[in-house]
Ligand binder design. Sequence first.
Ligand code: URP
Ligand code: ZN
Ligand code: ZN
Length: 446
Amino acid sequence: MSYDTIIRGGTLVTPNGIVGADLAVSGETIAAIGPGLGAGPETRVIDARGKLVIPGAIDPHVHLQMPAGAVTSSDDWHTGTVAAACGGTTTVIDFVEPEGVGLVDALAARRAEAAGGPAGRRAAVDFGLHMTLMDARPATLAQVADAVAAGARSFKTYLTYDGFRLSDAEFLLALEAVAAAGGIALVHAENDAIVSHLRARFLAEGRVEPRWHPRSRPPASEGEAVERALALAEIAGCPLYVVHVSTAWGCEAVARARQRGQRAWGETCPQYLLLTDAEYERPGFEGAKFVCSPPLRAAADGEALWAGLARGDISSVGTDHCPFFYAGQKDLGLAPDDYPPFARIPGGMPGIQSRLALLHTFGVGRGLISVERWVEVCCAAPARIFGLAGRKGALQVGADADIVLFDPQREVTISRTSLRENCDYTPYDGMKLKGYPALTMLRGKV
Ligand code: URP
Ligand code: ZN
Ligand code: ZN
């Protein structure tokens, strides 16, 4: 058999362990894995000696060209996915927010935006979409099964945020509808009463700078909401994926649910593993760059998240990539309004390009997680949880040839100019990486 491509002599991280072998690609799929695979005259041979060969990573949580009030997240489908590919991510899962439209129509429109845009603007990697349940009216929940049939089987819910928040009663109804349709729910878990109360109090007290953002969303606001969401999901019999877990409290709540046998998963993000709330103390308004919800936490929370990730309490790492320029977007917090400036800053941070390398340097490199666990949390687990296993997330014959050659020795210092993300800053500026993708292949194409 003649293959299109042979990746020769690399160290493959496979579901059966780490092996020294060749990997052959025919068309868009992995055709063979083994020693000494034979090349034909037309076969392109890629030398992978000294490199790790891993599955293309899957980012289960991104927000590309997402409207947020007066602004839109600054990476569109093209710029964001080019950055993803440069960082070794070959599949992203974004969101549909069906405002005033039926779920299936909104899904089709968002798909068209991602795949059908003009050349140079459409997605450069594969993508999936989570549906957002922005309300739990009977007419909306009646469409959940249709959305599953149309290909969206994961449903994002929010326990806070104006325009998105579901009450407990609504959340329960939504969970029951998702469970009945054979789907999985995602939850943004923060206690809305705590957040609203503290925000109003800080406004009244004139405490309005970015440093008051984390104080308005303390660890208890996440811990309580994660516990409550898990309890309600258990009642509804609905599988639950808790997005962007940022605290030891949230991590422990997910761990306890999993120990009880509940179908529950926790996701964390590089920003909660690597950055701390000290960033909000930057001079002037610069702390705005780090405003995201939930906020960055104390170093001890990051340590607990690393431990949870290693133990399997946290199942996956997404980026929650939601970039806004500092100039002209994040600094809108300075504009006059009823909310304190910290609550007007568009929430979210860039990070789509750096996840694999950050987790390698600061997880594998510091001995906190193994190479296999790194691949599990960035590739295999998101694929399994969101129904992509078999095609994505693992190096196996028959799967899509989504492959990354990762050079574990390559040294890179993260800077704005080293990234393809469309943003005027990176929260990881100056971080020194050991290990970086050398080549990314999407369905056989470099
Ligand atoms: O602040 C954040 N994380 N913005 C993105 C939307 C979300 O809540 O995930
Ligand atoms: Zn969220
Ligand atoms: Zn998000």
